[in-house]
Design a protein. Structure first.
Length: 318
């Protein structure tokens, strides 16, 4: 049966921060990637999930300092992929960027985030990079990761720059406008949906977000730890899902004709209105209501244990 993979981002902990204006105001850009037999058969080679654009600058905690922990904002916490039966490959990859809230205009931050969540799947989703990211050679993997970071970073910086006004660009050059810092990018890959014995998973994970400086890139200036959980669960098939879908479709049809009648009431009146409504009722609404009644009756028989005609495709999750 299908399996859902649920990735929950729980808390961000600060072990070191170096914001020049005091303590930090970190925010996250998480993107989840799915790579399996089905996605590899598409031109994109993978699928992705991300939080809403309105949370592009959802600060995890104001004035965050060493030793502080805070929950990841709602809307960026939980992501779910559904994997079909009998797949030979099922990878989930978490890519997350950590940034520091400074003075970048809100519109530019939003466009930077849109560039990030669009460019990550493009940068990872080439056959060459996917193969190298799967390599057992750490040098090969690190090379592919570096290429992804460069491609994504260039796209983000370009998007932010292109959404600054001329005066804002001048202030950046003069050092009077302090753009948000890009602290770090990290990733975690999950390649199994069950244990070797077939049990579903429920495991904690963490990933470090580290910024280094210095001539040898060895001085740690910022260090954060993002903790979360990776869980899987088998999807319970609803033998009556086809009937549920039929009821939903029939109800939508009825609602559409009723909206049409409401619109006519705003445009016409009197005998002309009554004639139009009567025509819609006779030709459209009454047959739609009959179809809805039939669909509901078929669903009721199915729930009571009757025969399901036409298959049992569909899933229901808790």
């Amino acid at each position: 049966m299908p399996i859902d993979a649920i990735i929950t981002l729980d808390t961000l902990t600060c072990s070191k921060e170096s914001d020049g204006t005091g303590h930090s105001e970190p925010y996250l850009w998480p993107v989840l990637l799915r790579v399996d037999d089905e996605t590899l058969a598409t031109p994109q080679l993978l699928s992705s999930l991300h939080g809403p654009d309105l949370l592009a600058r959802a600060v995890v905690k104001q004035d965050m300092k060493r030793g502080d922990s805070a929950p990841v904002p709602q809307g960026q916490r939980s992501f779910t992929f559904r994997f079909s039966d009998n797949l030979s490959m099922h990878n989930v990859i978490l890519v997350v960027a950590l940034l520091e809230h400074d003075e970048t205009p809100e519109r530019a931050v939003k466009q930077g985030y849109i560039a990030f969540r669009n460019e990550v799947p493009k940068a990872v989703g080439t056959l060459d990079r996917l193969l190298r990211l799967q390599s057992n050679d750490a040098t090969v993997v690190n090379g592919a990761i570096a290429e992804v970071k460069t491609q994504v970073g260039d796209a983000v910086r370009a998007a932010i720059k292109n959404n600054l006004t001329a005066s804002e660009k001048l202030r950046v050059l003069l050092g009077t406008l302090n753009l948000d810092d890009e602290i770090a990018v990290s990733h975690v890959r999950f390649a199994q949906l069950t244990t070797d014995a077939g049990a579903v998973l429920d495991q904690a994970f963490s990933t470090l977000l580290v910024r280094k400086t210095g001539s040898s890139n060895s001085t740690v200036t910022d260090l954060y730890n993002l903790r979360g959980r990776f869980q899987t669960r088998r999807v319970v098939r609803d033998r009556c899902q086809a009937r549920v879908d039929a009821v939903k479709a029939a109800q939508e049809q009825v609602d559409a004709f009723e909206r049409e009648i409401d619109e006519l009431r705003e445009q016409f009146q009197g005998a002309e209105l009554n004639a139009l409504i009567a025509k819609i009722r006779e030709e459209d609404l009454d047959p739609a209501l009959a179809a809805l009644d039939a669909a509901r009756a078929a669903l009721a028989r199915c729930r009571a244990g009757g025969v399901v005609v036409g298959g049992t495709e569909g899933v229901v999750t808790a």
